[in-house]
Design a protein around this ligand. Structure first.
Ligand code: AMP
Length: 212
């Protein structure tokens, strides 16, 4: 299976990607997670990427394409994957298609998770991430910040710096301008499937499963 998850920040791509990769055993590739881990390890790539991430801007295409190229080359000859947060621009989508064509393979499906803007802002401002397992949850599920623990592994939680209200606004603008056009791109290729991203994680997962 070769799948791309499309959707605005906060649409639930990361949460659904984890569920899909657990169920089908395919590798979950999150460019955001890769960049955050590079930053945590103070690598040159991580520090360079952080200049863009902290402002809610996209990291330059050539850096991202290189990350994906290395990832794909490390896999088997006919890699299977679930992309979360990649591609995010036309250039990335085109280079990705070329990369796959070079391996004699192509994408099976692009699943677009659709959520309205007010809901996205609510989700992102209350989102917390686990230090240990990168699991995602909402602070609204707890009585206070002090009580909050990862529901998956019990690890401590943090708020992503780019989940700050001003940065969120920029990320949503960037999404609309640079990533939304990919809906059309994949639709023209006949591989785009859109689902509503409202409701509980499991309700959304049920919708995803009907497409897989
Ligand atoms: P995410 O975790 O997917 O929300 O990504 C967090 C941030 O990482 C984004 O706001 C971008 O700055 C950067 N990033 C992640 N994926 C990409 C990508 N495919 N292209 C450019 N920047 C990216």
């Amino acid at each position: 299976m070769r799948i791309v998850l499309l959707g605005a920040p906060g649409a639930g791509k990361g949460t659904q990607a984890k569920k899909i990769s657990d169920k089908f055993g395919i590798s979950h590739v999150s460019t955001g997670d890769i960049l955050r881990s590079e930053l945590k390890n103070n690598t040159e790539l991580g520090m360079k990427a952080n200049e863009y991430m902290k402002e809610g801007k996209l990291v330059p295409d050539e850096l991202i394409i290189e990350i994906i190229r290395k990832k794909i080359e490390k896999e088997s000859r006919e890699p299977e994957f679930l992309m979360d947060g990649f591609p995010r621009t036309f250039v990335q989508a085109q280079k990705f298609d070329e990369m796959l064509a070079g391996l004699g393979i192509s994408l099976d499906k692009v699943i677009n998770i659709d959520v309205d803007e007010d809901e996205l802002i609510k989700r992102l401002t209350s989102r917390r991430v686990c230090h240990e397992c990168s699991g995602i949850c909402s602070i609204n599920n707890f009585n206070s910040e002090d009580e909050a623990k990862c529901p998956i592994c019990g690890g401590s939680l943090y708020k992503r710096k780019d989940d700050d209200r001003e940065v969120i606004k920029e990320r949503l603008k960037v999404y609309e301008k640079q990533t939304m056009p990919l809906i059309d791109y994949y639709s023209r290729n006949g591989i785009l499937f859109s689902i509503s991203g409202s409701g509980s994680e499991n309700e959304i997962f049920e919708r995803v499963l009907t497409l897989l």
